[in-house]
Ligand binder design. Structure first.
Ligand SMILES: [Zn+2]
Length: 744
């Protein structure tokens, strides 16, 4: 997701930085000053040599954290402790401490058959749905959980944002294993964020043959327990009214455009770490979904154009020969072709006003969600993207990366059909210029940066939303943009989500940084590759300098935040700047720490290992540790678990005999190596690095000695701004100019 409100939240930047320190801030050990003079200055390359033994990085949590005793005079980052649930998964062989999936890794799978009908006159979507839910876990399940996310619009449902009340999802029939289930009377239990232990159902759940709906989650008691490797068939009949724009900022209708997202009853995730994960949808933090197969028939008025996740199975039934020819031309030539024009909506045209309905049939395998958009006002542009090489080829040679269960290897295309749907309005004028083109650019650029886009199409749709965009597999729904560079950035962001989380299926609700932060970083890479940096215009958060400014300004104002927090419990004013921009900056710092090549390899290795699977944060951390051959606990702990900011400063620079003593201070809380540039009178620049171990040893101050000749004229910390230091004003020392005339 992105929102236009991504710009800096309203924060009082006049607050002095001294108000910034969190209570964990320790006293500054003055005794440490100058005690660790390292005669041997370390060049940057020195640090990269001699990696810590590649020992397992995350570890089971002890009863009490010994590092919390604060023996040193400053807060020091402790180890990365796993949750007990993750340690249990390691013991069971579904996870490892290398970042690879365990040998016994499993993931649940479902097959959906849905027949749905949109009636724009009554404003209702009506559906009949059959789900075959395959239990690949070793656990016997007596109950299953199903999300009814439209209930976020039901009266009385808990919400974190104001939302229109539509009545939610009306269930007409619920059946399991061929037998109808009846609603259960339950004591009201407040929705819980807590995951339930594996194989244990939450208390107060319905008996076999009954179902209970609490907010956006339905629990269904099975008459016959679902054994490992067995499946159960659920049948549901339901209807709902898509919420009026801007709804929850993710779907709904605006009169002309209907977008069905989070629209059908969907199985909750039962994973190998937490078991059932049924955090309610509260119209704020995002989603967690298992891969599934879909066979969906959508019936709409014949004047409507439809596109959806998956491949259209009956184009000859719903598209005229002229439209099909245009699509083929777009795919063959790579030109942007107007497939459906305003003329097609004139009397006699292929989408002209008339009676009747059409049924659009889509199928797709191994994907985490299905959504669709429909409109009788859109024009439709199409082109193609060339992603070079197939996913299968990309998989080959990647150690430990067998064909992941979530990606249908047979569908990996070299040519991706790009579609863009929008209205010819002034507010959406940028779409006419670049809707299709920018979508194509994003697919091609990110396929190059990460790995090839695996699906046959990517479609962008304008409508419903009034701020930013929302991602769905193969689809994005977005606000009307008049500014082309902003549209390009927004499309890069939502298209970026086709990798994280659409392929790499992290839990977006509990770890928003895992999809939003990684995507935000990727957006900056893609936009820089196409439009360069620095650049004028567009959205500030689509570039690394812009992301840095948003994060640093916020942290400097005393609003630093940790990244390892549940999205629904996170301060709303910090949600975007921390999960998105801080994470992107942390990744940029990691890139500088590891070097471009190692970082890139780590990112892609992590992604490929977890395509079609459910990575946890430890899998991300441990993969980078393994790929880099370094123990980066201090980095993960500092940047993901602690609300610590980076502030490195220069102290006195003094000539002492034949050397110059440069005092470097770590006045912030986040320990990082110090990159020094020492400029001399002869124009040479010496690069030095103070290793992070100096700070991790408890020091706050460190003296670096360099030869005094040729004269040192300037010393600067991190001149390229590779690290997100919150105060650059204390990072430069320049030799005072010698007095040339009567000084005063
Ligand atoms: Zn996003």
């Amino acid at each position: 997701m992105s929102r236009a409100a991504d710009a800096s939240p309203a924060i009082d930047t006049s607050r002095p930085p001294s108000a910034r320190r969190p209570p964990t801030s320790g006293r500054v050990p003055r005794g440490a000053a100058g005690s660790g003079i390292v005669a041997a200055m370390l060049a940057a390359a020195c640090l990269l040599a001699g990696p810590s033994a590649a020992r397992a990085q995350s570890r089971p949590a002890p009863v009490t954290d010994p590092s919390a005793t604060l023996e040193a005079g400053r807060p020091l980052p402790g180890p990365v402790y796993e949750t007990p649930e993750f340690s249990r998964a390691v013991a069971r062989g579904t996870r490892t401490r290398t970042g690879r999936p365990g040998p016994r890794y499993w993931i649940q799978h479902a097959r959906y058959r849905i027949d749905a009908r949109l009636d724009p006159d009554s404003g209702r979507v009506t559906g009949r749905e059959t789900v075959w839910y395959l239990n690949r876990s070793p656990d016997t399940l007596s109950r299953v959980a199903v999300y009814l996310r439209q209930n976020v619009f039901a009266p009385g449902s808990p919400r974190l944002n104001p939302a229109p009340v539509t009545g939610g999802l009306e269930l007409d029939r619920v059946a399991a294993g061929g037998a109808g289930a009846a609603p259960a009377e339950l004591d009201p239990v407040p929705p819980s964020h807590a995951a339930m232990p594996i194989t244990e159902a939450p208390p107060g759940l319905p008996d076999p043959g009954r179902y209970a709906v609490r907010g956006t989650v339905m629990w269904l008691g099975l008459r016959r327990p679902l054994l490992p490797d067995d499946s159960v068939r659920l049948e549901l009949a339901w209807s709902y009214r898509p919420a009026p724009a801007p709804a929850d900022g993710r779907e709904g209708h605006d009169g002309g455009v209907w977008y069905m997202g989070y629209w059908y009853p969907q199985m909750a995730v039962y994973d190998d770490v937490e078991g059932w994960v049924t955090d309610p949808y509260l119209d704020w933090a995002e989603f967690y979904m298992d891969p599934a197969d879909y066979d969906v028939r959508l019936t709409v008025p014949s004047t409507f154009v439809v596109d959806a996740t998956g491949t259209l199975q009956n184009p000859e039934k719903v598209l005229s020969a002229a439209v099909r020819d245009s699509l083929a031309a777009a795919r063959r030539t790579g030109r942007v072709v107007r497939v459906v024009t305003p003329a097609d909506r004139e009397p006699g045209g292929s989408f002209s006003p008339g009676g009747g309905e059409r049924t659009w049939h889509f199928t797709v395998r191994g994907i985490r969600d299905f959504s669709w958009g429909a409109s009788d006002t859109w024009v439709w542009d199409a082109t193609r993207a060339l992603v070079g090489g197939s996913v299968a080829a990309a998989r080959a040679g990647s150690e430990g990366w067998s064909v992941a269960p979530g990606v249908d290897a047979g569908s990996a295309p070299d040519t991706v059909t790009i579609s863009s749907f929008y209205r010819l309005t002034d507010a959406a004028s940028a779409w006419r210029v670049g809707g299709a083109r920018f979508t194509r650019d994003a697919i091609e650029r990110l396929s190059d940066w990460l790995w090839p886009y695996p699906w046959p199409h990517m479609s962008s749709m304008e409508g419903v939303l009034d701020s930013g965009g929302m991602e769905y597999p193969m689809m994005t729904l977005m606000q009307p943009w008049a500014d082309t560079l902003s549209l390009a950035g927004d499309l890069m962001h939502e298209t970026g989500h086709m990798w994280f989380p659409m392929q790499v299926g992290s839990n977006e609700k509990r770890f928003p940084w895992m999809d939003e932060g990684l995507t935000q970083f990727d957006v900056a890479q893609g936009m820089r590759a196409i439009y360069g940096e620095p650049r004028e215009g567009g959205r500030p958060n689509d570039s690394e300098p812009g992301q840095r400014r948003l994060y640093v300004d916020t942290a400097r104002a005393g609003h630093e935040g940790t990244l390892m927090g549940h999205g629904d419990r996170y301060p709303a004013s910090l949600y975007f700047v921390m999960y998105y921009d801080k994470t992107a900056q942390v990744l940029a710092a990691l890139r500088s720490l590891l070097g471009e090549e190692t970082f890139h390899r780590g990112l892609r290795t992590y992604g490929r290992r977890w395509v079609g699977r459910h990575p946890y944060p430890y899998d991300f951390f441990n993969t980078f540790d393994e790929v880099s051959g370094r123990d980066l606990s201090w980095f993960w702990r500092t940047w993901f678990y602690e609300p610590w900011s980076l502030d490195q400063a220069l102290g006195p620079v003094r000539t002492e005999g034949d050397s110059v003593a440069i005092t470097v201070r770590d006045v912030g809380l986040a320990p990082m190596p110090v990159r020094l540039a020492v400029s001399r009178a002869d124009g040479s620049v010496q690069r030095l690095e103070v290793p992070v171990d100096v700070w991790l040893g408890g020091s706050r101050e460190h003296v670096v000695r360099v030869p005094a000749r040729p004269d040192v004229v300037k010393v600067e910390i991190d001149p390229e701004e590779r690290f997100p230091d919150i105060d650059r004003s204390n990072q430069v020392w320049a030799r005072p100019q010698p007095a040339t005339s009567h000084p005063r």
